[in-house]
Design a protein around this ligand. Structure first.
Ligand code: COD
Ligand code: ATP
Length: 203
């Protein structure tokens, strides 16, 4: 079974996925794959430089993620161009990684595909079921500002660049709200895991 985990920015996807990994799930992360694809020497990085110019590079030739982020979250046309370059490559690589992970865990195991833009990118067909992680709006803003050390304007721009979380929740098979504390989240994640993998409870 491949479970897609999605949700708004800073909703707690990575936190949920880390808990599932502790329980034995194999994880494929779209965010991580998108980072791997823009390492120096990769064709996607060269395509980004052609579109956005050398100023998106740090002096050592790596991608200036903060700089590119400030650019694309303030300009939806630039964001669409970035996605047109990266999403097809993420799609191809994630399909390969998911296939490999599914073979590794076997028929009783759980593979998790962490993908913030699962619905926006039309990636539902890569997974069997979808879990949306939600969080109260004011908690989301606070957690995002604290984690990324950004102001409310920059945080809100990123939130607004994604499909509303209510829509992600409406489309999902499972919804976990993460507005409360870590122990509350952990208990919800464990419950869901044993529902998805009942055999694991007997181990
Ligand atoms: C714009 C970039 C350079 C900013 O890098 P940065 O290190 O600051 O952020 P990071 O990659 O860790 O992303 C943090 C979160 O931002 C959100 N986010 C990222 N890209 C997008 C996007 N195109 N649209 C909406 N939200 C996005 C996601 O919730 C993601 O989890 C980077 O996010 C990027 O290359 N994005 C394009 C690829 C993409 O769509 N990735 C997200 C899903 S695979
Ligand atoms: N229940 C919780 N209580 C307090 N803080 C939390 C809780 N869950 C997550 N956090 C914190 O909120 C921030 C966002 O969580 P996390 O990074 O897991 O979100 P995400 O959905 O993966 O974000 P992104 O979309 O940017 O990848 C992190 O700093 C995390 O430690």
């Amino acid at each position: 079974m491949i479970l897609g985990v999605t949700g708004g920015i800073a909703s707690g996807k990575s936190t949920v996925v880390a808990l599932l990994a502790d329980l034995g799930a194999q994880v494929v992360s779209a965010d991580q794959l998108s980072r791997d694809l823009v390492e120096p020497g990769q064709p996607a990085l060269a395509a980004l430089v052609r579109r956005f110019g050398e100023t998106i590079l740090n002096p050592d030739g790596t991608l200036d993620r903060k700089g590119l982020g400030s650019l694309v979250f303030a300009d939806s046309e630039a964001r669409r161009d970035l996605e047109a370059i990266l999403h097809p490559a993420i799609a191809e690589l994630s399909r390969r990684c998911l296939h490999q992970a599914a073979q590794q865990v076997g028929s009783d195991g759980l593979v998790v595909y962490e993908a913030p833009l699962l619905y926006e990118a039309g990636a539902e067909d890569r997974v069997d079921r979808v879990l949306t992680v939600t969080v109260a709006e004011e908690v989301q803003l606070q957690r995002l500002m604290a984690r990324d050390q950004c102001d409310a304007v920059a945080a809100q721009q990123r939130i607004d660049a994604q499909m509303p979380q209510e829509e992600k929740a409406r489309r999902a098979d499972y919804v976990l709200d993460n507005s409360a504390d870590f122990p509350a989240l952990k208990s919800k994640v464990h419950q869901l895991f044993y529902q998805l993998c009942p055999h694991a409870a007997q181990l």
